[in-house]
Design a protein. Structure first.
Length: 391
Protein backbone atom coordinates (compact mmCIF):
# COMPACT_ATOMS: atom_id res chain seq x y z
CA UNK A 1 0.00 0.00 0.00
CA UNK A 2 0.90 3.61 -0.43
CA UNK A 3 0.49 5.17 3.03
CA UNK A 4 0.76 8.71 4.38
CA UNK A 5 1.46 9.11 8.10
CA UNK A 6 0.57 12.34 9.89
CA UNK A 7 1.94 13.10 13.33
CA UNK A 8 0.60 15.74 15.70
CA UNK A 9 3.57 17.97 14.86
CA UNK A 10 5.22 18.45 18.24
CA UNK A 11 8.34 16.26 17.99
CA UNK A 12 10.28 15.16 14.90
CA UNK A 13 10.62 11.79 13.18
CA UNK A 14 13.15 10.15 13.46
CA UNK A 15 12.84 10.59 17.23
CA UNK A 16 15.94 12.74 17.72
CA UNK A 17 14.17 14.58 20.55
CA UNK A 18 12.64 11.45 22.05
CA UNK A 19 8.94 10.96 22.61
CA UNK A 20 7.07 7.69 23.22
CA UNK A 21 4.88 7.93 20.12
CA UNK A 22 7.81 9.07 18.00
CA UNK A 23 9.95 6.12 19.12
CA UNK A 24 7.14 3.73 18.22
CA UNK A 25 6.87 5.28 14.77
CA UNK A 26 10.62 4.78 14.36
CA UNK A 27 10.20 1.10 15.25
CA UNK A 28 7.62 0.35 12.58
CA UNK A 29 9.41 2.48 9.98
CA UNK A 30 12.63 0.57 10.71
CA UNK A 31 10.73 -2.71 10.27
CA UNK A 32 9.18 -1.46 7.02
CA UNK A 33 12.62 -0.49 5.73
CA UNK A 34 13.89 -4.00 6.45
CA UNK A 35 10.88 -5.92 5.07
CA UNK A 36 9.90 -3.55 2.22
CA UNK A 37 6.18 -3.95 2.99
CA UNK A 38 4.68 -0.57 2.07
CA UNK A 39 5.55 2.72 0.42
CA UNK A 40 5.26 5.16 3.31
CA UNK A 41 5.45 8.95 3.40
CA UNK A 42 5.88 10.34 6.90
CA UNK A 43 5.17 14.01 7.61
CA UNK A 44 7.11 15.50 10.50
CA UNK A 45 8.17 18.85 11.95
CA UNK A 46 11.67 19.80 10.92
CA UNK A 47 14.63 19.47 13.26
CA UNK A 48 18.24 20.09 12.25
CA UNK A 49 19.32 16.91 14.03
CA UNK A 50 17.57 14.72 11.46
CA UNK A 51 19.86 15.89 8.64
CA UNK A 52 22.39 13.09 8.88
CA UNK A 53 20.11 10.40 10.30
CA UNK A 54 20.53 7.06 8.54
CA UNK A 55 16.75 6.51 8.40
CA UNK A 56 16.45 9.15 5.69
CA UNK A 57 18.31 6.93 3.21
CA UNK A 58 15.41 4.44 3.07
CA UNK A 59 13.94 3.68 -0.35
CA UNK A 60 10.49 2.80 1.06
CA UNK A 61 10.11 5.37 3.85
CA UNK A 62 9.99 8.96 2.62
CA UNK A 63 10.29 11.89 5.03
CA UNK A 64 8.67 15.25 4.34
CA UNK A 65 9.45 18.01 6.83
CA UNK A 66 7.42 21.04 7.83
CA UNK A 67 9.30 24.00 9.27
CA UNK A 68 7.38 25.20 12.31
CA UNK A 69 9.96 27.18 14.28
CA UNK A 70 11.67 29.38 11.69
CA UNK A 71 11.08 33.14 11.82
CA UNK A 72 8.84 32.93 8.75
CA UNK A 73 6.86 30.03 10.25
CA UNK A 74 6.37 31.84 13.55
CA UNK A 75 4.94 34.87 11.76
CA UNK A 76 2.69 32.64 9.65
CA UNK A 77 1.46 30.81 12.76
CA UNK A 78 0.53 34.08 14.45
CA UNK A 79 -1.31 35.21 11.33
CA UNK A 80 -3.14 31.89 11.18
CA UNK A 81 -4.11 32.25 14.82
CA UNK A 82 -5.47 35.75 14.15
CA UNK A 83 -7.55 34.63 11.17
CA UNK A 84 -8.85 31.31 12.53
CA UNK A 85 -10.71 30.92 15.80
CA UNK A 86 -12.27 27.96 17.58
CA UNK A 87 -10.22 25.38 15.69
CA UNK A 88 -9.92 21.79 16.93
CA UNK A 89 -6.34 22.17 18.19
CA UNK A 90 -4.14 25.14 19.06
CA UNK A 91 -2.78 27.36 16.29
CA UNK A 92 0.64 25.65 16.35
CA UNK A 93 -0.83 22.25 15.45
CA UNK A 94 -3.44 23.74 13.13
CA UNK A 95 -0.77 25.60 11.15
CA UNK A 96 1.28 22.40 10.90
CA UNK A 97 -1.76 20.47 9.65
CA UNK A 98 -2.55 23.08 7.00
CA UNK A 99 1.01 22.89 5.67
CA UNK A 100 0.65 19.12 5.33
CA UNK A 101 -2.76 19.47 3.71
CA UNK A 102 -1.30 21.79 1.08
CA UNK A 103 0.85 18.82 0.01
CA UNK A 104 -1.41 15.79 0.40
CA UNK A 105 -4.38 17.35 -1.41
CA UNK A 106 -2.45 16.78 -4.64
CA UNK A 107 -1.44 13.21 -3.76
CA UNK A 108 -3.18 9.85 -3.80
CA UNK A 109 -2.71 7.38 -0.97
CA UNK A 110 -4.33 4.03 -0.26
CA UNK A 111 -4.78 5.17 3.32
CA UNK A 112 -3.82 7.99 5.64
CA UNK A 113 -2.64 6.97 9.09
CA UNK A 114 -3.17 9.56 11.83
CA UNK A 115 -0.94 9.19 14.88
CA UNK A 116 -3.01 10.07 17.97
CA UNK A 117 -4.82 12.93 16.21
CA UNK A 118 -8.58 12.34 16.04
CA UNK A 119 -9.04 16.02 15.20
CA UNK A 120 -7.21 15.48 11.91
CA UNK A 121 -9.86 12.90 11.02
CA UNK A 122 -12.58 15.49 11.35
CA UNK A 123 -10.69 18.07 9.27
CA UNK A 124 -9.74 15.63 6.48
CA UNK A 125 -13.21 14.13 6.23
CA UNK A 126 -14.66 17.62 5.82
CA UNK A 127 -12.38 17.98 2.79
CA UNK A 128 -13.40 14.74 1.11
CA UNK A 129 -10.71 12.32 2.32
CA UNK A 130 -11.55 8.72 3.19
CA UNK A 131 -9.61 5.56 4.13
CA UNK A 132 -8.54 7.27 7.33
CA UNK A 133 -6.98 5.14 10.07
CA UNK A 134 -6.38 6.38 13.61
CA UNK A 135 -3.54 4.95 15.71
CA UNK A 136 -4.71 5.92 19.17
CA UNK A 137 -2.24 6.09 22.07
CA UNK A 138 -4.46 7.93 24.57
CA UNK A 139 -8.08 8.14 25.63
CA UNK A 140 -8.94 10.74 23.00
CA UNK A 141 -11.92 9.20 21.21
CA UNK A 142 -15.10 8.46 23.15
CA UNK A 143 -18.58 9.88 23.65
CA UNK A 144 -17.18 13.06 25.23
CA UNK A 145 -14.82 13.86 22.33
CA UNK A 146 -15.57 16.96 20.33
CA UNK A 147 -17.22 16.07 16.96
CA UNK A 148 -17.07 12.39 17.95
CA UNK A 149 -19.99 11.47 15.67
CA UNK A 150 -18.31 12.99 12.63
CA UNK A 151 -14.97 11.44 13.51
CA UNK A 152 -16.41 7.96 14.04
CA UNK A 153 -18.28 8.09 10.72
CA UNK A 154 -15.11 9.11 8.87
CA UNK A 155 -12.77 6.42 10.13
CA UNK A 156 -12.10 3.10 8.41
CA UNK A 157 -10.32 1.57 11.38
CA UNK A 158 -8.89 2.43 14.78
CA UNK A 159 -5.73 0.78 16.11
CA UNK A 160 -5.48 1.13 19.89
CA UNK A 161 -2.54 0.50 22.22
CA UNK A 162 -4.61 -1.47 24.76
CA UNK A 163 -7.99 -3.12 25.22
CA UNK A 164 -8.74 -0.42 27.78
CA UNK A 165 -8.58 2.23 25.03
CA UNK A 166 -10.39 -0.15 22.66
CA UNK A 167 -13.36 -0.34 25.03
CA UNK A 168 -13.44 3.45 25.34
CA UNK A 169 -13.52 3.86 21.55
CA UNK A 170 -16.18 1.16 21.20
CA UNK A 171 -18.70 3.46 22.90
CA UNK A 172 -18.97 5.32 19.57
CA UNK A 173 -17.28 3.08 16.97
CA UNK A 174 -17.92 -0.53 15.85
CA UNK A 175 -15.90 -2.96 17.94
CA UNK A 176 -15.20 -5.08 14.85
CA UNK A 177 -13.24 -2.18 13.32
CA UNK A 178 -10.99 -1.64 16.33
CA UNK A 179 -7.77 -3.59 16.69
CA UNK A 180 -5.47 -3.59 19.72
CA UNK A 181 -1.76 -3.62 18.94
CA UNK A 182 0.35 -3.47 22.07
CA UNK A 183 3.31 -1.09 22.08
CA UNK A 184 6.86 -2.38 22.07
CA UNK A 185 10.34 -1.39 23.20
CA UNK A 186 13.86 -2.39 22.27
CA UNK A 187 14.00 -5.09 24.96
CA UNK A 188 17.68 -5.81 24.26
CA UNK A 189 18.56 -2.36 25.62
CA UNK A 190 16.99 -3.26 28.95
CA UNK A 191 18.61 -6.68 29.36
CA UNK A 192 20.01 -7.43 32.79
CA UNK A 193 23.71 -7.41 31.94
CA UNK A 194 25.42 -5.21 34.52
CA UNK A 195 26.76 -1.84 33.43
CA UNK A 196 30.13 -0.51 34.55
CA UNK A 197 29.07 3.07 33.83
CA UNK A 198 26.64 3.43 36.74
CA UNK A 199 26.66 1.79 40.15
CA UNK A 200 24.94 2.37 43.48
CA UNK A 201 27.62 4.74 44.71
CA UNK A 202 26.40 7.22 42.08
CA UNK A 203 23.21 7.60 44.13
CA UNK A 204 24.98 7.16 47.50
CA UNK A 205 23.51 3.70 48.14
CA UNK A 206 25.38 0.50 48.99
CA UNK A 207 25.20 -3.08 47.74
CA UNK A 208 23.58 -4.15 51.03
CA UNK A 209 20.63 -1.78 50.53
CA UNK A 210 17.25 -2.93 49.24
CA UNK A 211 16.69 -0.52 46.35
CA UNK A 212 13.36 0.43 44.79
CA UNK A 213 13.29 2.26 41.46
CA UNK A 214 10.62 4.57 40.08
CA UNK A 215 11.08 5.56 36.43
CA UNK A 216 8.90 7.98 34.51
CA UNK A 217 7.62 11.51 34.44
CA UNK A 218 7.50 13.09 37.88
CA UNK A 219 3.99 14.48 37.84
CA UNK A 220 0.88 13.96 39.94
CA UNK A 221 -0.68 11.35 37.67
CA UNK A 222 2.23 8.93 37.97
CA UNK A 223 1.91 8.24 41.71
CA UNK A 224 5.40 9.23 42.76
CA UNK A 225 4.04 11.30 45.68
CA UNK A 226 2.11 8.28 46.92
CA UNK A 227 5.25 6.16 46.63
CA UNK A 228 7.22 8.59 48.80
CA UNK A 229 4.38 8.51 51.34
CA UNK A 230 4.63 4.72 51.36
CA UNK A 231 8.37 5.04 52.02
CA UNK A 232 7.56 7.23 55.03
CA UNK A 233 5.43 4.41 56.39
CA UNK A 234 8.49 2.15 56.10
CA UNK A 235 10.77 4.54 57.98
CA UNK A 236 11.88 1.83 60.42
CA UNK A 237 13.34 -0.26 57.58
CA UNK A 238 16.39 1.91 57.11
CA UNK A 239 18.03 -0.08 54.34
CA UNK A 240 15.01 0.25 52.01
CA UNK A 241 16.02 2.97 49.55
CA UNK A 242 14.31 4.65 46.59
CA UNK A 243 15.69 5.99 43.29
CA UNK A 244 13.39 8.36 41.39
CA UNK A 245 14.38 8.56 37.73
CA UNK A 246 12.81 11.27 35.61
CA UNK A 247 12.16 14.94 35.17
CA UNK A 248 9.16 17.14 34.40
CA UNK A 249 7.19 16.90 31.17
CA UNK A 250 7.86 19.66 28.64
CA UNK A 251 4.19 20.58 28.24
CA UNK A 252 3.76 21.38 31.95
CA UNK A 253 7.28 22.34 32.97
CA UNK A 254 6.34 25.07 35.47
CA UNK A 255 3.59 23.05 37.15
CA UNK A 256 5.74 19.93 37.31
CA UNK A 257 8.77 21.80 38.65
CA UNK A 258 6.60 22.97 41.57
CA UNK A 259 5.44 19.41 42.04
CA UNK A 260 9.01 18.08 42.08
CA UNK A 261 9.87 20.72 44.69
CA UNK A 262 6.96 19.50 46.84
CA UNK A 263 8.25 15.93 46.49
CA UNK A 264 11.70 16.94 47.66
CA UNK A 265 10.21 18.74 50.67
CA UNK A 266 8.28 15.58 51.56
CA UNK A 267 11.41 13.45 51.03
CA UNK A 268 13.54 15.60 53.37
CA UNK A 269 12.50 13.42 56.29
CA UNK A 270 14.30 10.56 54.53
CA UNK A 271 16.94 12.51 52.61
CA UNK A 272 19.54 9.74 52.84
CA UNK A 273 17.11 7.10 51.56
CA UNK A 274 15.57 8.80 48.49
CA UNK A 275 17.68 9.78 45.48
CA UNK A 276 16.36 12.04 42.70
CA UNK A 277 18.35 11.60 39.48
CA UNK A 278 16.44 14.23 37.52
CA UNK A 279 16.16 13.75 33.77
CA UNK A 280 18.20 10.82 32.45
CA UNK A 281 18.69 10.32 28.68
CA UNK A 282 16.59 7.39 27.54
CA UNK A 283 19.57 5.30 26.47
CA UNK A 284 20.94 5.54 30.04
CA UNK A 285 17.73 4.51 31.80
CA UNK A 286 18.52 0.75 31.64
CA UNK A 287 21.76 1.36 33.56
CA UNK A 288 19.82 2.95 36.42
CA UNK A 289 17.11 0.29 36.43
CA UNK A 290 19.83 -2.31 36.95
CA UNK A 291 20.70 -0.72 40.29
CA UNK A 292 17.37 -1.78 41.77
CA UNK A 293 15.96 -4.86 43.46
CA UNK A 294 12.37 -4.05 42.48
CA UNK A 295 10.43 -1.45 40.47
CA UNK A 296 7.39 0.39 41.81
CA UNK A 297 5.30 2.24 39.21
CA UNK A 298 2.06 3.32 40.92
CA UNK A 299 0.16 5.17 38.19
CA UNK A 300 -2.79 7.10 39.61
CA UNK A 301 -4.54 7.87 36.33
CA UNK A 302 -6.06 5.47 33.80
CA UNK A 303 -2.82 4.67 32.01
CA UNK A 304 -3.49 3.83 28.34
CA UNK A 305 -0.60 1.37 28.16
CA UNK A 306 2.53 2.06 30.24
CA UNK A 307 5.87 1.73 28.46
CA UNK A 308 7.76 2.10 31.74
CA UNK A 309 6.00 -1.06 32.90
CA UNK A 310 7.46 -2.99 29.96
CA UNK A 311 10.89 -1.44 30.53
CA UNK A 312 10.90 -2.63 34.15
CA UNK A 313 9.88 -6.12 33.06
CA UNK A 314 12.57 -6.23 30.38
CA UNK A 315 15.13 -5.21 32.99
CA UNK A 316 14.15 -8.31 34.97
CA UNK A 317 12.69 -6.44 37.92
CA UNK A 318 9.93 -7.68 40.20
CA UNK A 319 7.18 -5.13 39.74
CA UNK A 320 4.61 -3.41 41.95
CA UNK A 321 2.05 -1.29 40.11
CA UNK A 322 -1.59 -0.16 40.29
CA UNK A 323 -4.78 -1.38 38.69
CA UNK A 324 -4.97 1.48 36.20
CA UNK A 325 -6.21 1.56 32.61
CA UNK A 326 -4.30 -0.84 30.37
CA UNK A 327 -1.58 -1.75 32.91
CA UNK A 328 -3.09 -5.10 33.99
CA UNK A 329 -3.08 -6.21 30.33
CA UNK A 330 0.71 -6.02 30.41
CA UNK A 331 1.55 -7.64 33.72
CA UNK A 332 -1.47 -9.40 35.25
CA UNK A 333 -0.32 -12.60 36.94
CA UNK A 334 3.37 -11.77 37.13
CA UNK A 335 3.39 -8.45 39.02
CA UNK A 336 1.91 -7.25 42.30
CA UNK A 337 -1.02 -5.06 41.25
CA UNK A 338 -2.56 -2.97 44.04
CA UNK A 339 -5.82 -1.06 44.13
CA UNK A 340 -5.68 2.74 43.99
CA UNK A 341 -8.03 3.03 46.94
CA UNK A 342 -5.87 3.29 50.08
CA UNK A 343 -2.92 3.15 47.71
CA UNK A 344 -0.23 4.37 50.14
CA UNK A 345 -0.86 1.55 52.60
CA UNK A 346 -1.22 -0.92 49.75
CA UNK A 347 2.17 0.09 48.31
CA UNK A 348 3.89 -0.11 51.69
CA UNK A 349 2.48 -3.59 52.30
CA UNK A 350 3.51 -4.79 48.84
CA UNK A 351 7.04 -3.38 49.19
CA UNK A 352 7.49 -5.00 52.59
CA UNK A 353 6.26 -8.33 51.21
CA UNK A 354 8.92 -8.38 48.48
CA UNK A 355 11.57 -7.08 50.87
CA UNK A 356 10.93 -10.00 53.20
CA UNK A 357 10.65 -12.71 50.52
CA UNK A 358 13.74 -12.92 48.28
CA UNK A 359 12.55 -16.21 46.77
CA UNK A 360 9.38 -14.48 45.57
CA UNK A 361 11.48 -11.71 44.02
CA UNK A 362 13.53 -14.28 42.16
CA UNK A 363 10.43 -15.94 40.72
CA UNK A 364 8.92 -12.60 39.73
CA UNK A 365 12.17 -11.48 38.06
CA UNK A 366 12.17 -14.55 35.82
CA UNK A 367 8.51 -14.03 34.98
CA UNK A 368 9.18 -10.36 34.15
CA UNK A 369 11.84 -11.23 31.57
CA UNK A 370 9.61 -13.87 29.99
CA UNK A 371 6.60 -11.51 29.77
CA UNK A 372 8.70 -8.67 28.30
CA UNK A 373 9.38 -10.78 25.20
CA UNK A 374 5.76 -10.23 24.17
CA UNK A 375 6.45 -6.51 23.85
CA UNK A 376 9.67 -6.29 21.83
CA UNK A 377 9.78 -3.77 19.01
CA UNK A 378 9.78 -6.39 16.22
CA UNK A 379 6.60 -8.01 17.55
CA UNK A 380 4.98 -4.58 17.82
CA UNK A 381 5.91 -3.63 14.23
CA UNK A 382 4.81 -6.99 12.78
CA UNK A 383 1.45 -6.84 14.57
CA UNK A 384 1.01 -3.21 13.55
CA UNK A 385 1.41 -3.94 9.84
CA UNK A 386 -0.81 -7.02 10.11
CA UNK A 387 -3.52 -4.75 11.49
CA UNK A 388 -3.10 -2.43 8.51
CA UNK A 389 -3.20 -5.35 6.07
CA UNK A 390 -6.64 -6.35 7.36
CA UNK A 391 -8.24 -3.08 6.28
Amino acid sequence: MKIAILTCGILPIPAVQGGAVENLIDFYLEYNNQKKIHDITIFSPWDANVKSHSALSSDVNHYIYIKTTSFKARIARRLYSYLHHNEYYNHFIEYYFEKIYSIIKYKEYDCILLENCPGYTYKLSQRGFNNLILHLHNDLLNSTTRFHDNIACSLTKVITVSNFIKQRVSTIFPLSNIKTVYNGIDTKNFATSKSTKVNRTHVHFSDSDFVIVYSGRTNKDKGVAELISAMLLLKDYTNIKLIIIGGSFFDNAHEDDEFILSLKVKAKKMRDRIAFTGFIPYKEVPNYLQLADIAVLPSMWEEPFGLTIVEALAAGLPLITTRSGGIPEICEGIATIVDKENVVNNLATAILDLYQHPEKREQMAKASIERARLFDKETFARNFFEALENI
